[in-house]
Design a protein around this ligand. Structure first.
Ligand code: SF4
Length: 368
């Protein structure tokens, strides 16, 4: 990037730069006044570990706004880790539908079972022990350890990464910046109160030190911030160039009989693992066994499905997918999963399948 100052060392008080303890105190004072009220931030000396863990798993790759209604529903349906451990996996997947990254839901259930059945309902208190549980990587382990148990762990999510990169004006490319950002975040983490500090950093990133148009004038730590001094805040952290994603195509089938539509369940592993789907041609390495031509030939031995107008477009992390939807009245029902047309939007379809369902509902002709 182009700016005249190159920062080779973290600019901490050891180098005559940022006074870390003052920054920590001023950030803590700001957090006392301005903390976001989030439902997993329970009152009391420590947060409720089950709710912290549940929220952190949901927040992986997902925004707070998207997570909130899911979190409330999970908390109502399964208020304790024991309740979640005892829930059928299909119910958990149904309630997770639309939140994406479905391996998280399966790991959530597996983790709940271990905590409830093998650990007496108590989550481990250190990041190292938490990381042994399914679905808990280094970030989530540090967040749960710090926020629920006040363990001295450094928590670096996307918001924290941005704040630290700006405070220390770390302007390396993303790969080289990562360890320096970790180093900076670790230096900022207090020995006690790491959980509140982590929450304060997250809130600062979410509300003031935003990706674009950071509100530096109202930032509680602006007098320590090097990027602000250099007027380069908005350029940091340096982002990787956007990749262009490949585009795949598939056909999906709306096979209807007596007001019911044929669905299937995807293999447990891989994209949309374990979720409901419409029959389709393969679009992923682990596409469902529920594909043409067998199913279509079995259910439509003497008629061809009709293509509906338009396409259903969806983007996964690694590719775009365009789906053509074909429809036909099936000649009989097989022993697979048939869902009534009215229930299609209630059975927990993942987002791609929900888009296909809505496209079908909009364009299909009444059964012939
Ligand atoms: Fe972010 Fe601006 Fe605050 Fe620096 S001064 S931490 S860039 S909001």
């Amino acid at each position: 990037m182009n700016h005249p100052v190159r920062i080779d060392k973290l600019n901490t008080d050891k180098q005559g730069g940022i006074n870390i303890s003052r920054l920590q105190n001023e950030l803590a004072d700001w957090f006392d006044r301005e903390a976001r009220a989030l439902p997993w931030r329970t009152a009391g000396p420590g947060r409720e570990p089950y709710l912290v863990w549940l929220s952190e798993v949901m927040l992986q790759q997902t925004t707070v706004k998207t997570v909130l209604p899911y979190f409330e529903r999970f908390r109502t349906l399964w208020p304790t880790v024991e309740a979640l451990a005892g829930a059928p996996l299909d119910d958990v997947l149904r309630e997770w539908a639309g939140l994406g990254y479905y391996a998280r839901a399966r790991n959530l259930k597996a983790c709940a079972e271990i905590v409830a059945n093998e650990l007496g309902g108590k989550f481990p208190e250190t990041a190292a022990d938490l990381q042994r549980l399914p679905g808990i990587g280094p970030y989530t382990a540090a967040a749960v350890a710090a926020i629920a148990f006040d363990a001295s762990a450094t928590v670096v999510d996307g918001n924290v990464e941005r704040v630290v990169a700006r405070l220390f004006a770390i302007d390396d490319d993303p790969k080289a910046a990562k360890p320096r950002i970790w180093e900076g975040a670790a230096q900022l983490t207090p020995a006690r109160g790491a959980g509140r500090h982590a929450e304060a950093m997250m809130d600062l990133g979410a509300t003031i030190c935003r990706p674009t148009s950071p509100d530096c004038e109202n930032c509680p730590v602006n007098r320590y911030c090097l990027a602000h001094k250099l007027d380069i805040a908005e350029n940091l952290p340096v982002r990787a160039p956007r990749r262009s994603l490949p585009r795949r195509k598939a056909r999906a089938y709306w096979l209807e009989r007596n007001g019911r539509v044929r669905l299937g369940r995807r293999p447990a592993k891989g994209l949309l693992g374990g979720m409901l789907e419409f029959p389709a041609t393969p679009w992923d390495q682990r596409s469902s066994p529920l594909t043409e031509p067998e199913l279509v030939a079995r259910l439509l031995p003497s008629r061809a499905p009709k293509k509906l107008p338009g396409l259903v477009a969806h983007t996964f992390t690694h590719f775009h997918l365009d789906v053509e939807l074909f429809t036909a009245e099936a000649e009989h029902q097989d022993d697979g999963l048939w869902v009534s047309v009215e229930d299609l939007e209630k059975v927990g379809l993942p987002t791609l399948m929900l888009k296909i369902a809505r496209h079908g509902l909009r364009h299909r002709q009444p059964a012939d």
